[in-house]
Design a protein around this ligand. Structure first.
Ligand code: PEP
Ligand code: MN
Length: 264
């Protein structure tokens, strides 16, 4: 397989505005679950810029469990992300959910995110594989590691090898967390593929009280980065209100994680 280390024994490094993902030094992706307004996104973007961070996430097309929940602002959301990213010199990572939106999204995003619910949407994977934008691919809700690697191969098979794998927890019988963070997936994916591997501590744990130790665990087992959701006013968020960090919590989380990174 093109993504396997057996095929290419050299780490793939993805460069986004000078932030090199996959070099061993951790990269961080933060931002709200959903884009709700320019002010909301800009507030988080400013906080990233003040920390010297480069990677802003935000959902414009939201794959929600219920059709009656907020579905995202669509292209208007992508416009907001791009405006804030230009203002604060950041790269934008945003989820695209249908193949026909990929081309449109190229004008707005620096990284195409493919979410857990679409990790086996093979037409979407192939369409993302026909672009020259990096792809952040989440693990499927109940996906095995082999299926995850095969999903990445769908992207690479169309020509695009700029892929970041993102472990985001899998569904198990455990209910104490939103999903079960499969920390062992990180070193396995690092061994079996040459792709950067990130860990999303928001959707895996669903618990702000354990996000920091889980993020430390991710870095300790060799993850190339951590993703987490940050919102200026989580209680009023239109999605994932219970699990996004507010700005003071984010400051502490990031400072502790950055200093932990120096120790490993
Ligand atoms: C997200 O990152 O916005 C998201 C919906 O995550 P996941 O696809 O991992 O559930
Ligand atoms: Mn979310």
């Amino acid at each position: 397989m093109l993504v396997s280390r057996a095929y290419k024994n050299e780490d793939t490094v993805i460069d986004l505005k000078g932030e090199k993902i996959g070099t061993g030094k951790a990269s961080f992706v933060f931002g709200p679950c959903s884009v709700e307004s320019y002010d909301q996104v800009a507030t988080v973007a400013e906080s990233l810029k003040n920390k010297g961070l480069k990677l802003l996430r935000g959902g414009a097309f939201k794959p929600r469990t219920s059709p009656y929940d907020f579905q995202g602002l669509g292209v208007d959301g992508l416009e907001i992300l791009k405006r804030a990213a230009n203002e604060y010199d950041l790269a934008v990572i945003s989820e695209i959910v249908t193949p026909h939106d990929i081309e449109k999204a190229l004008d707005y995003v620096d990284v195409i995110q493919i979410g857990a619910r679409n990790a086996q949407n093979f037409e979407l994977l192939k369409e993302a594989g026909r672009t020259n934008k990096p792809v952040l691919l989440k693990r499927a809700l109940s996906g095995t590691i082999a299926e995850f690697i095969a999903a990445a191969e769908y992207v690479n098979s169309e020509g695009n090898g700029q892929i970041i794998l993102c472990e985001r927890g899998i569904r198990t019988y455990e209910t104490a967390t939103r999903n079960t963070l499969d920390i062992s997936a990180v070193p396995i994916l690092k061994q079996e593929t040459h792709l950067p591997v990130m860990v999303d501590v928001t959707h895996s744990t669903g618990r702000k009280d354990i996000m920091l130790p889980c993020a430390k665990a991710a870095l300790a087992v060799g993850a190339d980065g951590v993703m987490a959701e940050v919102h200026p006013n989580p209680a009023a968020a239109l999605s994932d209100a219970g699990q996004q960090m507010d700005l003071p919590t984010f400051d502490t989380f990031y400072n502790e994680l950055a200093s932990f990174q120096g120790k490993i």
